[in-house]
Design a protein around this ligand. Structure first.
Ligand code: DAK
Length: 257
């Protein structure tokens, strides 16, 4: 597939999507959003791929939605031109998605990071929701995901007073899994993703789904989802293989079945 606003690459069992509008700080226009989700969905369907990385460049992961594209939009255009549906496609990706972030992750860029499953931040990463400075609020989940992740007070400060988080703060508050040096950020993310890609694929998929349920439901409903995902794994070859390998003190050979 020939993309113009993202670059895709495969390293081992890891699929990488690099956002590629450096002239606009990787601001998400409709073309880039569409290509990003097309690329993510293609990796999601590829049996060879076990985990996916989304990354930007050293200056910017992404500086948000493209302000120039939406500056003149009417409310109806915002609703009807499919932007909501586009942003929501991240929720359909079944494989783990890891954001490797250097530089700015602002507005929709920060919201996209929040929609990923895990985050490797380089020391230069900065996260924020500056929408308030252009007269709007986050529209791709930022108010809800930040409040759930960071608590009300800090989320409020970010949303209504443009407080940004450094990489160290992101790690401290649980928005990032690791902080790594700027040089080698992608390599660190690939190593992180390769480890996940080497796990039992069906269990990874069920685990992602169950953890995500915690953000959607009550504890009782979430526990039901966990059980619904837990028991079927006992019908997989990988469960038999994993437990047998433990007993025989050898490495498991996963089949994804
Ligand atoms: N949109 C368009 N162009 C952008 C951009 C953006 N978000 N961010 C940067 N650029 C462009 C700049 O205009 C400039 O272009 P030229 O002037 O050279 O043509 C180029 O990128 C380089 O930017 P700067 O010259 O500003 O570079 P600096 O290093 O000085 O500053 C910066 C970098 C990232 C701090 C700054 O560019 C900045 O503050 N950018 C805007 C950040 C921002 O306000 N982000 C929030 C955007 S609103 C929705 C879902 C989500 C959303 C909307 C709807 N639905 C579901 C419907 C999301 C909304 C947003 O994200």
């Amino acid at each position: 597939m020939a993309y113009t606003t993202v670059i895709t690459e495969t390293r081992g069992r890891v699929g990488i999507v690099q956002l590629n509008r450096p002239q606009a700080m990787n601001a998400f226009n409709t073309a880039m959003l569409t290509e990003l989700f097309d690329a993510l969905e293609a990796f999601d369907k590829d049996n060879h791929i076990g985990a996916i990385i989304v990354t930007g460049n050293e200056k910017a992961f992404a500086a948000g939605a493209d302000i120039k594209e939406m500056a003149e939009a009417s409310p109806f255009q915002m609703i009807t031109e499919g932007r909501v549906e586009l942003w929501d496609r991240i929720r359909g990706i079944k494989k783990p998605v890891i954001a490797a972030v250097s530089g700015w992750a602002l507005g929709g860029g920060c919201e996209f990071v929040l929609s990923c499953d895990m985050v490797i931040a380089s020391e230069s990463a900065k996260f924020g929701q500056p929408e308030i400075t252009i007269g709007i609020i986050p529209g791709a989940g930022g108010t809800q995901r930040l409040a759930r992740l960071l608590g009300k007070q800090l989320a409020m400060e970010m949303v209504i007073n443009n407080r940004t988080l450094t990489a160290a703060e992101a790690l401290h508050f649980g928005l990032a899994n690791r902080v790594v040096p700027v040089d080698g950020c992608l390599e660190a993310a690939v190593a992180f993703a390769e480890e996940i890609a080497s796990r039992a694929p069906l269990a990874v998929r069920m685990g992602k789904d169950a953890v995500n349920a915690a953000f959607e439901t009550s504890l009782t409903e979430g526990l039901k989802t966990e059980k619904r995902n837990f028991y079927p794994l006992f019908s997989t070859e990988d469960q038999k293989e994993g437990m047998q390998a433990f007993i025989e003190k050898r490495k498991a050979d996963w089949k994804g079945k």
